[in-house]
Write a protein that binds this ligand. Structure first.
Ligand code: CTP
Ligand code: MG
Length: 376
């Protein structure tokens, strides 16, 4: 296959989206729009240049890694693409120009564009048929004609070009909303191939919601619930939510009996479908005998990460008459969060109005929930 470079236009401010950060840095599912765009093009591109909004070059470079060149874009999309062209090594025969905003365009689409270039086309752009009837209007809003919609296409990116042709088209310094128009303007033939619904340009929050549904979020997010309970036992220290509670009666168990930590471990294992506390750290695994709740949380984090998940957040509710959690809540949150690599943790507590075993003061229980996000 011939060498193919890629330029990703990501320097827009995302004004119509209305967020406080540039559109390319908005998160869609498990990663930002720019990361999605890079992932789609990387398998077909020998080099990638990203045109970033001024001031965000470093942040984008950190997200995409050092194999990719990041340059500052221009005031218009065409100027950004020109900045991208200037940063190319010049070794490639072809170039794909892509919008970060079309984050869900697939590698297959990029591949189809490239295949047409290899067959001898000099400009290839994906497009879809129109669904609505179109009208041409005058300045007063009156219809001047109803063109045959079958002869129109709404075009997308990645658009592919012979690199020399794209350079010539941009040498004019002209502005257009796509690169195909600049190539047409210097007299080259531009071929349209079948585009993709999922290559939609994410412009507004509604578009982001459509893109999220195309991404199939059901396989992306996973929740889990975990429960643990231990009876009070005289002569033991109390460990709860990663903290030692001096002057409190501890609980039974061959570990430190930290019900909050154990419930969180189970919620995480449940969400990742990795079994439970028993199958991971049970009595047939003597190396974990007596392990602290914090140690088990750290180990659980490692296993969940190795299975390809990141933790979005964790909640644990402690159920019992004592200890009173309120005055140490922030300490508990800090301890649990640190054990889980700094994730968002909420800690709540309740009594049960004197009902049930914990209400009778016979022990402590905890219920936890966790939300995981599939990575990659
Ligand atoms: N783009 C660019 N440089 C510009 C303007 C736009 O690289 N000066 C990029 C955008 O980052 C986007 C693509 O061109 O990936 C298409 O532009 P658009 O969807 O209009 O994005 P924004 O310009 O960011 O959005 P808005 O017009 O709502 O501000
Ligand atoms: Mg724009």
């Amino acid at each position: 296959m011939s060498q193919c470079a890629a330029i990703i236009a990501a320097a827009g401010s995302g004004e119509r989206f209305g967020a406080t950060l540039p559109k390319a840095l908005i998160t869609l599912g498990n990663r930002t729009l720019i990361e999605h765009a890079v992932a789609a093009l990387a398998p077909v591109a020998s080099e990638i240049v990203i045109c970033a909004p001024a001031g965000y070059e470093k942040q984008i470079q950190e997200l995409v890694g050092n194999d990719i060149t990041v340059v500052v874009g221009g005031a218009t999309r065409s100027e950004s693409v020109r900045a991208g062209i200037a940063a190319l090594s010049g070794n490639a025969k072809f170039v794909l120009v892509h919008d970060a905003a079309r984050a869900l365009a697939t590698t297959e689409l990029a591949h189809s564009v490239l295949t047409s270039l290899e067959k001898g086309e000099v400009a290839v752009i994906p497009g879809l048929e129109l669904i609505d009837t179109v009208k041409s209007i005058d300045a007063s809003g009156h219809v001047t004609s109803t063109p045959d919609r079958a002869s129109f296409r709404r075009v997308q990116t990645p658009q592919g070009f012979d690199l020399e042709v794209l350079k010539k088209a941009h040498a004019t310094g002209a502005d257009a909303t796509d690169d195909g128009a600049l190539v047409e303007a210097i007299g080259h033939k531009v071929l349209i191939i079948k585009g993709e619904e999922r290559a939609l340009k994410i412009t507004t929050p509604t578009d982001l919601a459509s893109a999220l549904s195309m991404l199939g979020t059901s396989s992306l997010f996973r929740t889990g619930v975990g429960v643990d309970a231990h009876a009070f036992a005289e002569g033991r220290q109390l460990w709860l939510a990663g903290l030692l509670w001096p002057n409190q009666i501890g609980v039974d168990g061959h570990s430190d009996g930290d019900v909050a930590a154990h419930a969180i471990c189970d919620a995480l294992f449940a969400a990742a479908q990795l079994g439970d506390l028993g199958t991971n750290f049970g009595i047939d695994k003597p190396e974990y005998a007596g392990a602290s709740g914090v140690t088990l949380l750290k180990e659980t984090l490692q296993r969940v990460s190795a299975a390809g998940y990141a933790i979005s957040n964790v909640t644990v509710q402690i159920i019992g008459n004592r200890p009173k959690l309120a005055e140490r809540r922030s300490e508990a949150i800090a301890a649990l969060s640190a054990a889980l690599g700094g994730v968002n943790v909420s800690v709540l507590a309740t009594t049960t109005d004197g009902m049930g075993l914990t209400g009778e003061g016979r022990g402590i229980a905890a219920i936890a929930s966790a939300l995981l996000i599939k990575q990659g």
